[in-house]
Design a protein around this ligand. Structure first.
Ligand SMILES: *Cc1c(COP(=O)(O)O)cnc(C)c1O
Length: 482
């Protein structure tokens, strides 16, 4: 028996590279990341090589070690090349972020030390670091000391976490779900609808309120809708405000929404996944006024703080309501419960063992300082204003009102031609070119292009290139449809 165990130990040493081997691997990985960063400026943002990417499906999961250099080559060709290069500044589709190198180092360290960030007893430092970050965001929102939160994997899970907290806080039971009313707009992110279904509340009534010409909820009709629902014996429960809609960057009238929610005792949730961190610029104070009236808010550091994907924050004004929704007891956790002094992510979220997400956010904030983030976010607002202004002047291009934040909507409508067909053609030419990635949407049935500025690597030269390409391909569209 001992002999066999010793032999197995010897064979499993492959899993624990020694110091020399670690250094060798780190050098290879660093060389890979340096090469990746250098190519960001010259490479394409969009490469539709789906066939190459599908080869990963056939890639052998080997019985024995493979050469690290071959693996990095495979990663580069089949994973990091095909599709949208979301680290590139040319990514102006959906909501980009870029991904900070310092945050990648935070992830590396979190994985090396493998601190157990789910429970205060096991890693008080990691849990307190996350609590510190949550407090920082709560201060930004204007929440009192009673606030708490949770660093989830992204905005969708953060919104789900808030909605379940709101369901429990109002004591809603299954029999009432089909009478419970949620007030949204057509611009509310679809993850809210999905969260309601996951929360078992797919039968709740979603009252879609109309929006004004800036895509913001018309709140006069909100008051009216709540009155009608009350009179009909329904249960008005939740108002969802958007602080930066994904499609248009619009910020709802949060103060009005908050006042109406307070008047009728509704839970007020603000989805600021995209727009929340623009509060750091000090330039959106009037747009965001009233966010402090909310009961819960979601912010996505993997958007507005430029972190790599994998972090979305939910902050709740009364932390104890999260604990009421999520805390649990289990006999194998008895040592931990006896020691409990502060609430841990395991008490206020659906997770137990979890990634130590705090470090990927704390390290960049400490290493660079908040003022660098403020400047970068201000730069993005200016770039969007610049793009909007230039697009308004470009012949054949139509834009809407000036953007609230950093999403610019436009379409191409040369005289006498079909705007939907022309915009679609222009979009296809931009995709074929691949230097700049733009996504499209439909607004009031119209095919629109979106230029979303939020990548840390999007600068003036990027926007100028985007506008230059749009003009070049617009000429081609005009020629081909003449
Ligand atoms: C991005 C976004 C979400 C979803 O967040 P994920 O991080 O993609 O899960 C929700 N709401 C808004 C307004 C968003 O912009």
């Amino acid at each position: 028996m001992r002999k066999e165990i010793e032999q197995l130990e010897h064979q499993s040493r492959e899993l624990e590279p020694d110091s020399e081997n670690r250094e060798f691997l780190e050098r290879k990985v660093t060389a890979y990341s340096e090469h990746f960063y250098k190519n960001l400026h010259t490479g394409k943002t969009y490469s539709p090589e789906y066939q190459t990417a599908s080869e990963i499906l056939e890639s052998d999961i080997p019985e024995h070690p493979e050469n690290p250099e071959d693996l990095l080559d495979e990663l580069g060709a089949k994973v990091d090349h095909p599709g949208i290069n979301t680290a590139s500044g040319g990514h102006l589709g959906y909501i980009p972020g870029g991904g900070l190198y310092s945050s990648a180092l935070g992830d590396f360290l979190a994985a090396v030390t493998n601190r157990y960030a789910g429970v205060h007893y096991t890693s008080p430092g990691a849990v307190n670091m996350e609590r510190r970050l949550i407090r920082w965001m709560a201060d930004m929102v204007g929440y009192p000391d009673s606030a708490g939160g949770y660093l989830a994997s992204g905005g969708s899970i953060a919104n789900l976490t808030a909605i379940i907290t709101a369901r429990e806080a109002r004591g809603l039971k299954a029999a009432q779900f089909s009478k419970s009313v949620v007030y949204v707009t057509e611009q509310t992110h679809h993850c809210i609808d999905r969260a309601l279904r996951i929360a078992g509340m797919g039968e709740a009534i979603q009252r879609q309120l109309p929006v004004d010409e800036n895509f913001r909820m018309k709140t006069d009709q909100l008051e009216q809708a709540i009155q009608q629902d009350l009179q009909a014996g329904r249960v008005p429960w939740l108002i969802v405000g958007s602080a930066g809609t994904t499609d248009t960057g619009a910020v709802d009238p949060l103060k009005k929404q908050g006042e109406i929610a307070a008047r009728h005792g509704l839970w007020f949730h603000v989805d600021a996944a995209y727009g929340g961190f623009f509060m750091l610029t000090g330039e959106v104070d009037s747009l965001f006024a009233g966010i402090e009236l909310s009961d819960s808010v979601v912010l996505d550091p993997h958007k507005g703080l430029f972190l790599p994907y994998g972090i979305g924050a939910v902050i709740v004004k009364q932390e104890k309501l999260m604990a009421a929704a999520y805390s649990y007891e289990a006999s194998y956790m008895q040592d931990i419960q006896d020691q409990q002094t502060v609430l841990s992510p395991a008490d206020t979220s659906p997770e137990l063992s979890k990634h130590f997400r705090g470090l990927r956010m704390w390290l960049p904030l400490k290493l660079h300082g908040v003022s660098a983030f403020r400047s970068a976010l201000k730069e993005k607002l200016r770039l969007a204003q610049h793009a909007h202004q230039r697009l308004t002047e470009m012949p054949g291009f139509e834009t809407g009102t000036e953007p609230d934040l950093s999403v610019v909507l436009f379409r191409f409508h040369p005289q006498g031609a079909d705007p939907d067909a022309c915009t679609k053609k222009l979009h296809q030419l931009m995709l074929d070119d691949g230097q700049i990635y733009l996504s499209s949407t439909r607004i009031d049935g119209k095919y629109m292009l979106r230029l979303a500025v939020l990548s840390v690597r999007t600068h003036l030269s990027t926007i100028d290139l985007a506008l230059e390409l749009l003009q070049k391909y617009a000429r081609e569209v005009t020629k081909s449809s003449a």
